[in-house]
Design a protein around this ligand. Structure first.
Ligand SMILES: [Zn+2]
Length: 144
């Protein structure tokens, strides 16, 4: 699998990417934003490293120390604001130069076929509008 070039995450971090709700927060070397792609899940957020560091093993000790508490706070906000029963965390790292942790809320309304890793397999008709995605992302960020 090829790495994105030019770097789409750098573009996003510079505010040039199109992401519903924009950049929500920067903290501890990471930026919080909604999924920068079509999404079937409202409140699907991503923590992206501000520097090039492909995976957990490339993160500095201070980044690793910041990441856990920050991710847990985002997950708790997703649970409180969106009524999520659970929040999945995925760090795959095949396609970007930046570590990015997907934080994907699962609610009672999440259809079975979009649960777990199948959230990445939404069909075109599953994808939500940008306004709904932006509203959910901003609501979670406001609760942090
Ligand atoms: Zn980059």
């Amino acid at each position: 699998m090829s790495i994105a070039d030019p770097c789409t995450a750098c573009e996003l971090l510079l505010g040039r990417g199109r992401v519903p709700g924009g950049l929500l927060r920067r903290e501890g070397g990471f930026a919080l934003h909604a999924l920068a792609d079509a999404s079937p899940i409202p409140g699907w957020l991503v923590l992206t490293s501000e520097r090039h560091a492909r995976a957990w093993y490339d993160l500095a000790p201070a980044e690793l120390a910041a990441l856990g508490p920050l991710a847990a706070r985002v997950m708790n906000a997703q649970r409180a604001v969106l009524g999520a029963e659970h929040v999945y965390a995925f760090a795959i790292g095949d396609a970007l130069r930046h570590f990015h942790l997907h934080l994907v809320p699962r609610t009672a309304a999440t259809p079975e076929r979009l649960r777990g890793r199948r959230c990445f397999e939404g069909r075109p008709e599953d994808m939500l509008g940008e306004d709904a995605l932006a509203a959910a992302a901003r609501a979670v960020a406001a609760a942090l």
